[in-house]
Structures are given as C-alpha cells and as structure tokens.
Design a protein around this ligand. Sequence first.
Ligand SMILES: CC(C)(COP(=O)(O)OP(=O)(O)OC[C@H]1O[C@@H](n2cnc3c(N)ncnc32)[C@H](O)[C@@H]1OP(=O)(O)O)[C@@H](O)C(=O)NCCC(=O)NCCS
Length: 372
Amino acid sequence: MNSVVISGTGLYTPEYSISNQELVESFNAYVNKFNQDHAEAIRNGEIEPLQESSAEFIEKASGIKSRYVLDKEGILDVGYMHPHLPERSNEEQSVQCEMAVSAARQALAEAGRSASDIDFVIVACSNLQRAYPAVSIEVQAALGIEGFAYDMNVACSSATFGIQAAYNAIQSGTAKAVLMVNPEICSGHLNFRDRDSHFIFGDACTAVLLERSDLATVKGYEIVGTKLQTLYSNNIRNNFGFLNRCDERGVGAPDKLFIQNGRKVFKEVCPMVSDMIQAHISEHGIGSQDLRRLWLHQANLNMNVLISKKVLGRDATREEAPTILDTYANTSSAGSIIAFHKHKEGLNSGDVGVICSFGAGYSAGSVIVRKQ
Ligand SMILES: CC(C)(COP(=O)(O)OP(=O)(O)OC[C@H]1O[C@@H](n2cnc3c(N)ncnc32)[C@H](O)[C@@H]1OP(=O)(O)O)[C@@H](O)C(=O)NCCC(=O)NCCS
C-alpha cells in the first residue's frame, strides 16, 4: 500500500464580509416591517409576531462575529434577503468552478505541482449548483488535468470523506495525486428570514492536494489513518431537490432551505465526535497527550470547546484547537480545512494532529496526520 501525504492546501475567501451587527440590522428591519404589515392579524391572535435577532446572542451562542459572502447587497436588502448571483452562460465558468480553481492553484503552488501532475479531482461539498455535468469535471478541464473526476456530497463532512476517497485511491494505486476541493456557497441555502439560523453560514472554498509520499517534492502531512461515521438524523435537513416541481405545494417552502434543531444537534453530535476521535487515535496507538492540534469542524465555538476538552482530558489552548469561526462563520465542509490551512504551521516533524468534520446526516470524519 502506498503511503499518502497532504502536500498543499488552498483557500478562496470571497471579497465581502458581513458583521453580526449589519446582519441583525437588516433582519430586524424585516421583522419590524412584517409585524407592521400583519399588525391586525397579530392583534387578533391569528399569527405570532416575529422576534428581533441580537448580535450579542449570536456571538455568545456560536462564536461567530462575521462571515464572508459572494454577494452582500442582496443578503442585506430587506426586500430580497438572499444572495444575488446572476446566472452565467454555459460557455462561462460556473461560480463553484471559479472558486475551486482559485483555491486549487494555491494548493498546487504550495505543493510545487502543476496540473499535469494530478490524475484525479474530487469536488466535495454540501450544495452543488447544478445536477450535471459534474462540477469536478469542469474544474478538471479548467485546470487542464488529465484523468478522472467526480462530485460527492456528505454535507459538512464532505471534505474528510473526500480525503478518505483520495487516500484510498492513492493507497491502492488508482491515482497518484488527487485534488480535493470544497466550494461552499452556504449563503445560497440559508434562510436569512429565520431568526434561529440566519447568522450561521458563510461562503468559502478550500482545496487539499494529496500525493503518494514517495513522489511528493515537499515535506507535508502524512495521513496516518481516516475514520468515517454516519448515523441517520432529521435534525439537520434541506428538502430542496429535483423532484420539488412534482408537487407545487412545497415549492419555495422553508424546508427547501437549511433547517435544523440546533439544540439537539449540539447534544447528540458532541459525544459522537469526541468518542470517534478517541477511538480513532487509540486504534493507531496514539494517546490524547500526543495530539498537538485539533482542526475541528467550525460550526459552533462552544461545541469545539466541549469536544476538544473531552478528547484531551483538559481545556485545549487556542493554538491546540484553532478557530476561524469568528471571521468565516460555518462554511460547511470547508471549515476544518480552513482551520488546517491557516493553522498547520508550528508543528515539529513527527507531531500528530486530527482534522475532524461533523454535520448533517449525521456524518463525521476523522483524519489523523503526522508532520513529516
Ligand atoms: C444554533 C445554535 C447557535 C443556537 O444556540 P442555542 O444556545 O442552542 O440557542 P437556542 O436555539 O436554544 O435558543 C436559546 C434562546 O435564544 C433565542 N434565540 C434564538 N435565535 C436568536 C437570535 N438570532 N437572536 C436572539 N435570540 C435568539 C431563542 O428563542 C431561545 O430563547 P428562549 O430561551 O427564550 O426560548 C446552537 O444550537 C448550535 O450551534 N448548534 C449546533 C448546530 C450545528 O452544529 N449544526 C450543524 C450545521 S452544519
């Protein structure tokens, strides 16, 4: 079996950022307008008034202070409240392809590689902007890569599942070098009129380059092992899909966007993830005292504090469990890879860390890496 190394990573960050304050101002203007427009029905007890959101609540409950987005104007426009991304012709690069190519070029440069060295492309993310042709094949063509490509979706765990697919392919010899990218346009599936979740997500794209260790030209992060877990749950769900038009009654309903029972997710996913990491490291004879870094999925700061404490048996320092939630918010599968991309330096040769994702499905993935 070939050994496998992560030799490069890349990150595309959209140019616009929205602070909690800006988001809440727009949301509260919507709430006030709604309550005014429905004043009589509210007075008659026919409908409940909407409640205002609060920037302080958002930061305290999630650790999020701002998020990057592809379009700011449409999201903050009280009469619109979603990103405005004009459709492109079939001859133009799709938005996801453009994001992926930007992140991929950084990963290739860091690894000292060019497109001709890659033979497999994976696009792994929560939402694909079209059914087909696969976005990964468009990325492959845009970069001039020969070989094969496919898309995959395991929601927030798409990147770790993508890493395992790449790892398996390189180990078994069906690929030599794999580009795995995560173009996440989470603002597209977020209901900005829902007080419980309007603050959760941001947009970003990450790229990970994985290679056969003996062929790599830079010292990277050797994959020690991967472990995946899934457990069916309706607590995070989005019913958007190609069959929606077959029953017009549901078109445009709130369940065709992201919905969740955040409290339940918090309670159920934290133990699932800490148990998985502990089992995974012990399968490889690694103790929690040997872990130098935990690059965790970035959904909620309080969740990460809890998970890292359970895994390490003590509070993790900010260096040991880095967070990017404050500026990026939840970028779905890109989150743990952004944490890895921005905070992978400072490890010594032989140091071990874990990249870990979790989210809808439920799905969770753990990737143990050792600095070369
Ligand atoms: C979503 C999340 C941040 C909410 O935090 P929480 O502490 O669970 O908050 P709750 O939903 O229980 O709400 C607590 C209170 O704040 C209120 N509240 C909710 N949203 C609010 C907002 N935007 N502004 C002000 N108050 C708000 C609620 O009405 C509730 O009030 P009550 O106590 O009077 O009933 C948190 O549950 C979470 O992150 N869960 C994990 C989600 C996750 O990982 N999902 C994966 C997605 S990929």
